[in-house]
Design a protein around this ligand. Structure first.
Ligand SMILES: [Fe+2]
Ligand SMILES: [Fe+2]
Length: 290
C-alpha cells in the first residue's frame, strides 16, 4: 500500500492561513529595497502564480479519485492554500501594474506555456506540477532560511512572500505523493526517466522565461543591456545568490529514493509562527476557504 511507504510525516498539518497583504498602503514601485533587479525578479515570479497555481490544482485534482484518505485530505488543503495564494499574488500583481509596470508580455508567456502543457496527457501535467512544486519548495526553504533574500523589502510584500513560502513547504509533498500514486503501476526506471525529463524541461522553461520576464521589467525601469544582465546574474548567483543556494537541493531530485520530505524542514515553519505572533494582524487559520 502506498500509504505505508510515503516519507511524508504522519503528523504533518497543512493549514491554510487566509491572510491578505498590502491592501491598505501603496508599496513603492521598487518595493524590494529600491533595487531594480530584485523587484523585477520577484515581480516576474509573482506574475506566474495566479494562473500557474490554478494549473497545479487542476493537475493534482485530476488524480484525486481513489487516493488514500490521508492524501485526499492533503489534496483538499493544498487546493485551498493554492487558491488563496493565487488571490494574493493577483492583488500583488495589480499593485505592480498600478505602480506602472506592464505585465502583459509576462502573463502571455505563462498562458502560452500552460496551453502547451494542457494539450499533453494528464500524467504529464501532474509530473510538471510535481517538478515545479519541488522547485517552489526549495525556493521557499531558502527564502525563509536566509533573511538576506528579503532584506530591505517593503514589509507587507516581504510578509506575503514569507507566508507563501511557509505554505509551499507545508504542502511540498502533495503533488509528489499524487504523482507516486498516479504512477504506482509503473516500473521504477520509467518513473525516474519521465520525472527527470520533466524536471529538466520545466527548469529550462522556468529559467528562460523568468530571466526574460525580469529583463523586460528592468527595461521598463530603464536598465538594459550588459548592466541589466550583470545586476540580474549577480543577484541570482552571487549575492544573495538564490540559484547558487538551491542548486544542491535541485540536484537531489534526481537521486533514487528522492522524496520532498526526506528533508524535514518544518523548523522553518515553527520559527515563522513564532515571529508571526509579533505581527499585529492575527494569523487566521481556516480549514476550508474554497
Ligand atoms: Fe502557492
Ligand atoms: Fe504549491
Amino acid at each position: 500500500m502506498i500509504a505505508t511507504i510515503l516519507p511524508t510525516p504522519a503528523d504533518l498539518s497543512i493549514t491554510p492561513r487566509d491572510r491578505r497583504f498590502g491592501r491598505e498602503a501603496a508599496a513603492p514601485r521598487l518595493w524590494h529595497g529600491g533595487r531594480v533587479e530584485a523587484t523585477a525578479i520577484y515581480n516576474a515570479l509573482s506574475t506566474t502564480f495566479p494562473a500557474g497555481e490554478a494549473y497545479f490544482v487542476e493537475s493534482v485534482r485530476a488524480f484525486r479519485k481513489g487516493t488514500p484518505p490521508k492524501l485526499a485530505e492533503e489534496i483538499k488543503a493544498f487546493t485551498t492554500q493554492e487558491a488563496i495564494h493565487s488571490r494574493e499574488h493577483d492583488a500583488f500583481n495589480k499593485r505592480a501594474e498600478r505602480a506602472g509596470y506592464d505585465l502583459s508580455k509576462l502573463e502571455a508567456r505563462v498562458q502560452q506555456r500552460l496551453a502547451v502543457s494542457r494539450a499533453r496527457p494528464q500524467i504529464v501535467n501532474v509530473g510538471a506540477t510535481m517538478a515545479l512544486e519541488h522547485f517552489t519548495a526549495i525556493l521557499a526553504h531558502q527564502l525563509l532560511k536566509d533573511p538576506r533574500h528579503l532584506e530591505g523589502a517593503d514589509r507587507e510584500a516581504a510578509d506575503l512572500w514569507r507566508w507563501h513560502s511557509v505554505e509551499e513547504i507545508e504542502h511540498k509533498g502533495v503533488a509528489y505523493d499524487t504523482w507516486l500514486y498516479a504512477t504506482r503501476d509503473w516500473p521504477r526506471w520509467k518513473r525516474w526517466k519521465v520525472k527527470a525529463k520533466v524536471m529538466l524541461y520545466v527548469t529550462r522553461n522556468f529559467v528562460v522565461d523568468r530571466t526574460a520576464g525580469s529583463l523586460e521589467l528592468m527595461r521598463q525601469d530603464g536598465v538594459t543591456g550588459l548592466r541589466a544582465w550583470t545586476l540580474l546574474l549577480w543577484y541570482l548567483w552571487v549575492r544573495p545568490g538564490m540559484f547558487r543556494k538551491i542548486a544542491g537541493a535541485w540536484l537531489k531530485f534526481f537521486l533514487p529514493g528522492f522524496h520532498p520530505w526526506n528533508e524535514d524542514d518544518r523548523y522553518l515553519l515553527r520559527s515563522y509562527e513564532a515571529s508571526a505572533a509579533d505581527v499585529p494582524e492575527p494569523v487566521r487559520k481556516v480549514r476550508r476557504a474554497v
